[in-house]
Design a protein around this ligand. Structure first.
Ligand SMILES: [Cu+2]
Length: 434
């Protein structure tokens, strides 16, 4: 944002914070009927002490478990994320680790460019939250090096509307359920901007990762009379400089407890009818065997497939990457692509301005790490960009602008994990006629 922005020495390494015990959040409202499950053995506790454990039972009986930690380089980090839908005897590991991997903010006039995580003090800017900012939830104290304890981690639940609805063919019965999400979030202030880092875990197995930008426009960037900004004050005055927020996340999948995974890319080609008739669509699967810088495209998607775990239908478990709206920023090699799959290396943690030591002369951005290695333990990098052309409404404070993506379960369970007991037999082609 400006040279007056907080600058900190590069401080690699992660510091565990001491926090208050996180209780599970009380649930209100009726839960839908869940599929009858045999009495399951008590799951092993997550591999972290109680102070860093998050566990939440949601509608239908789905339980999410994870460990959290806090780093002044990355902010909030979630580890050992497991999903246990009703009917599963044990938690299913989804992610070994998930976190932000950079927020790159270049201004349109070329006069400023920031790496908010590793170059502008994101992690030190953790904000304290009042109970009203974490409705119905628990605020946990986070120890931030050089800053002290901050009541900065919110864990709560939020209604998301219908989980499903289905009317019976006859008899008027309706199966319907209302869903609830577990939300885990922090707010970090960088200069005048404030970023809400939000993780959302749904009872149907979906994970949402979003960053919400709010706070204030940079007060030193109101000089865009060169056509690269927007007038925010009265008349033709106070042109706020346009800029981009390129947000990167890094995901280390651990499906069914293994960091080995296979990446698949799917593309569908639509052929309009030559004469009469109907359009047809052909979908092809490409296994991504080597590191890839991938570009989002209409009717293209990727999934991370477990090499070990299968659901009860015998299908390999996987998670699909579902990007939200993005402005792909062509200005830097690392912002040019929407997703990167790299063979995991411990020193490769930030999409740009990587502050860890990968050896003498080693490149420090994710695009360079895509160099032909065979993908066996893929690290998944998601880049969602927002080109911010300011508007009058951005004062004051700036309304929250969200950008992010989802991870959707694909064959993790053999059926809808929330299937009511009386529909549990409807797996596969339905019975025809009567
Ligand atoms: Cu902005």
């Amino acid at each position: 944002m400006s040279s007056s922005r907080l600058r900190h020495a590069r401080t690699p390494g992660t510091v565990l914070a001491a926090g208050a015990l996180l209780g599970t959040v009380a649930l209100t409202g009726a839960s839908p009927v869940s599929a009858a499950a045999p009495a399951a053995p008590a799951p092993p506790p997550a591999d972290c002490s109680a102070a860093y454990r998050i566990e939440q039972k949601l509608d239908g009986g789905t339980v999410w478990r994870m460990c959290w930690r806090y780093s002044t380089d990355s902010g909030l980090i979630l580890d050992k994320v497991t999903y246990q839908p009703p009917g599963e005897r044990a938690p299913i590991r989804v992610l070994n680790s998930a976190k932000l991997a950079q927020i790159h903010v270049p201004y349109d006039d070329g006069n400023a460019e920031y790496d908010d995580l590793t170059g502008a003090g994101f992690g030190w800017g953790l904000q304290g939250l009042k109970p009203g900012e974490c409705p119905g939830g628990t605020i946990t104290s986070v120890k931030v090096p050089e800053v002290g304890k901050v009541n900065g981690l919110c864990t709560t639940t939020r209604a998301r509307g219908h989980a499903y609805r289905m009317a019976a063919d006859e008899g008027g019965k309706v199966w319907a359920a209302q869903g609830k999400d577990l939300l885990v979030y922090t707010v970090n202030k960088v200069g005048w901007y404030e970023y809400i880092t939000e993780w959302r875990f749904s009872s149907d197995g979906t994970i949402g990762a979003n960053v919400g930008a709010t706070g204030s426009l940079s007060p030193v960037d109101y000089n865009a009379t060169d056509g690269r900004g927007w007038p925010i004050g009265k008349g033709a005055r106070d042109y706020a400089t346009s800029h981009a927020h390129n947000v990167f996340w890094k995901l280390d999948f651990g499906l069914d407890g293994s960091s080995k995974g296979r990446i698949e890319q799917y593309d569908s080609k639509v052929t309009p009818p030559a004469r009469g008739g109907s359009p047809t669509v052909k979908t092809t699967r490409t296994t991504v065997t080597k590191e890839l810088a991938g570009d989002a495209k209409n009717m293209r998607w990727w999934r991370v497939v477990s090499e070990t775990g299968k659901n009860k239908d015998g299908h390999p478990r996987s998670y699909e990457i579902v990007p939200g709206h993005t402005n792909t920023y062509g200005g830097r090699p690392y912002t040019r692509h929407d997703v990167y799959f790299t063979q995991a290396r411990a020193c490769e943690q930030f999409a740009s301005n990587n502050i860890l030591n990968c050896g003498q002369g080693a490149p420090d951005s994710v695009d360079k790490w895509v160099n032909g290695e065979t993908l066996k333990n893929p690290a998944v990098w998601v880049n969602i960009g927002f080109h911010h052309v300011a508007r009058d409404e951005d004062q004051q404070p700036m309304p929250v602008h969200w950008q992010g993506f989802q991870l959707a379960p694909r064959d993790v369970t053999a059926m809808n994990p929330l299937t009511p007991a009386d529909l549990a037999g409807q797996n596969g082609a339905p019975r025809q006629g009567s």
